[in-house]
Design a protein. Structure first.
Length: 226
């Protein structure tokens, strides 16, 4: 038994030295193998009381320990890989955002979409501005008056519940309704332009009512003069 202990200790020392350049799965496999061998040998000696029992117990313990240790090491490797992959994705996103911001600052006239918390949405087939839309536009008009050099582009959209020609007209009339509101709020009409996009460029699935409701909208873009 003492001989087996000595061999296991020597192998463990060699394992620690080699593990500096090994993956967690490989290290776990070695630890499991040697640890299982040690435990197995002890059990064999206790049960059988002879060298053969120790050898059999050591071998079985080594095999079992290697499988368990390898699995533990694999899970550690997987966690480290996922952590590194997430960090790489965040770095790539950060670099892309920086490049986009740099490109916009260089051009100086890249349009910027204005996002309204409640959205500028319309009822099915309607071009009338709801009370919530009027409230959002009224607050935004203050910003437009404070920045008289900004140009405004208003895009109207529709869902696909009507024909293409009807969808085009409805989307244009929705943009026109927002234009009329801004004119009434004192915004110079020469600063503004409207477009009707019909059912093109949906932001949600038109196969469901919830998606169609999101597609019945107006989007506003601001642009610096050239």
């Amino acid at each position: 038994m003492k001989k087996i202990h000595y061999i296991i200790i020597m192998l463990a020392v060699a394992m620690v030295t080699a593990s500096c350049h090994m993956s967690n799965q490989s290290v776990g496999s070695l630890i499991g193998a040697y640890g299982g061998s040690f435990v197995g040998a002890g059990l064999g000696a206790a049960l059988g009381g002879n060298g053969a029992s120790e050898y059999i117990g050591s071998t079985l313990g080594s095999i079992t320990g290697e499988v368990v240790g390898s699995e533990i090491g694999y899970n550690q490797d997987k966690k480290q890989y996922e952590k590194q992959r997430h960090a790489n994705q965040q770095q790539e996103q950060c670099e892309q955002q920086q490049q986009t911001a740099q490109g916009n600052s260089q051009t100086g006239n890249a349009p910027v979409q204005v996002i309204f918390p409640s959205g500028l949405l319309f009822d099915n087939g309607s071009t009338a501005l709801s009370e919530s839309v009027r409230t959002s536009l009224s607050e935004f008009a203050d910003t437009l008056r404070a920045n008289p050099s900004m140009r405004i582009v208003i895009y109207g959209f529709s869902d696909n519940s009507v024909s293409e020609s009807q969808s085009q007209q409805i989307s244009y009339d929705r943009a026109k309704a927002v234009l009329g509101f801004f004119i009434g709020a004192g915004i110079d009409v020469n600063r503004m332009r409207i477009e009707g996009e019909g059912s093109n460029y949906p932001v949600a699935d038109n196969a469901q009512e919830m998606g169609r409701a999101k597609n019945r909208r107006v989007e506003i873009f601001l642009q610096n003069p050239r």
